[in-house]
Design a protein around this ligand. Structure first.
Ligand code: GLU
Length: 420
């Protein structure tokens, strides 16, 4: 469920975002149409044996949006509400994300309609192995490299790597990223999305005149990206985490929460709700909290025209993909809220995925300090590029990030030329 008044199609949002920038940078009709269409899409329907012995048919997708700048890259999501248009939007956003941080990839995304919370490990393993086999013709280290996303993790990637390798007859660690370290995963990949987000917040806070040390933070979605961002803002930058939420509800404590203890509580009970000494808050209260920094780290379509005016934060750092609608961007810009757009703020994950893939291909692995040092360089440089573009063009950060990204993808398409 989205908090908006009507169902919102994320792919319509993604196309609208392209149009806004295409107008600005005068992209011609043909090129603009290319950027508004996914290159290749695969829908797969496949049976999975459940623990009770029965079979159920599941539907999954893999969309390769654009590969002008290199192999496609993007995660796989397991969620009951996955749709083809959502996967298309997420694949488009991966294309712009890889371009904005200037790593040599196009964009893709995958999704399977399922409720992973209601499935056993065995069922999830069989679903993953069969889905991997169904999309195997499209993936590979030189073509399209999946990674974790909502409700998938390093175990999911290990099963995909194994299923793909079994068909090839040899081990292919570079077919997916976000793997366990023992299988060719990278140091630092597990926390890379949150770490990258914390670097971008640090840089933006300086420009926006917002204090992080002693400043207050609310996090919507306490999964991998949200919890790591909270931990790092708390541990490394001295921020006070006052509110966090997950799909079951939210909690608030004015004096501040220890995010590590909240994580532990969630691990034990399945939710942040009920953490001792806190007050329950709704999803809307989290989004509207009067804090220095709001981190939407859940799903799409959270900040809409319905609630944009009520956002109480000075900085909105999008650890999630697609949490803010274009109509809400305009409101936040007028309110002088600094929005750190998803394609920049959460690009730390795919950046360390790139490092992982490069390490796998070379068979040469880096220590954690090298991974984090290079990640910091990429995030600091990319934030500076986006900020400079925003100032030059007098636009908000999302439009600035899109100007950089779309220009890079368009240049690659133009210089390659149209085939045949
Ligand atoms: N799912 C993550 C994202 O949305 C990571 C993708 C990747 O590492 O390929 O950026």
């Amino acid at each position: 469920m989205t908090p908006s008044d009507s169902p919102i199609n994320p792919f319509e949002t993604a196309k609208q975002q392209v149009d806004i920038v295409a107008d600005r940078i005068h992209l011609n009709g043909g090129l603009r149409e290319v950027l508004k269409h996914p290159k290749r899409e695969l829908t797969v329907n496949f049976p999975v044996r459940l623990d009770d012995g029965s079979f159920r048919v599941f539907t999954g997708y893999r969309v390769q949006y654009n590969m002008a700048r290199g192999p496609c890259k993007g995660g796989i999501r397991y969620h009951p509400q996955v749709t083809l248009d959502e996967v298309r939007a997420l694949a488009a956003w991966m294309t712009w994300k890889c371009a904005v941080v200037n790593i040599p990839y196009g964009g893709a995304k995958g999704g399977v309609i399922c409720d992973p919370k209601a499935m056993s490990q065995g069922e999830l393993e069989r679903l993953t192995r069969r889905y991997a086999t169904e999309i195997a013709p499209l993936i590979g280290p030189e073509m399209d490299i999946p990674a974790p996303d909502v409700y998938t993790d390093s175990q999911t990637m290990a099963w995909i790597m194994d299923s793909y390798s079994m068909q090839k007859g040899y081990s292919v660690p570079g077919v997916v990223t976000g793997k366990p370290i023992s299988l060719g995963g990278s140091e630092g990949r597990g926390e890379a999305t949150g770490r990258g987000c914390s670097y971008v917040i640090r840089e933006a806070a300086k420009d926006a005149g917002v204090r992080v040390k002693g400043g207050t933070v609310a996090v919507q979605g306490f999964g991998n990206a949200g919890s790591v961002t909270a931990n790092l803002l708390h541990d490394e930058q001295g921020a006070t985490i006052v509110a966090v939420s997950d799909s079951k509800g939210g909690i608030y404590k004015a004096e501040g929460l220890n995010p590590h203890s909240v994580e532990e509580h969630k691990r034990k009970t399945g939710s942040v709700v009920g953490f001792p000494g806190t007050k329950s808050v709704s999803n809307d209260e989290i989004l509207e909290s009067k804090v220095d920094i709001l981190v939407p780290a859940a799903l799409e379509n959270q900040i809409t025209k319905r609630n944009a005016d009520k956002v109480g934060a000075k900085i909105v750092a999008e650890a999630a993909n697609g949490p803010t609608l274009p109509e809400a961007d305009t409101v936040l810009f007028q309110k002088k809220v600094t929005v750190l757009p998803d394609i920049l703020a959460n690009a730390g994950g795919v950046t360390v995925s790139y490092f992982e893939w490069a390490q796998d291909i070379q068979g040469f692995f880096w220590p954690l300090n090298e991974v984090n040092g290079r990640l910091e360089q990429v995030m600091v440089r990319s934030y500076a590029d986006v900020h400079k573009t925003a100032v030059e063009h007098k636009v908000h950060n999302r439009t600035a990030a899109y100007i950089l990204a779309i220009q890079r993808v368009a240049d690659a398409i133009k210089i390659r030329g149209f085939y045949p």
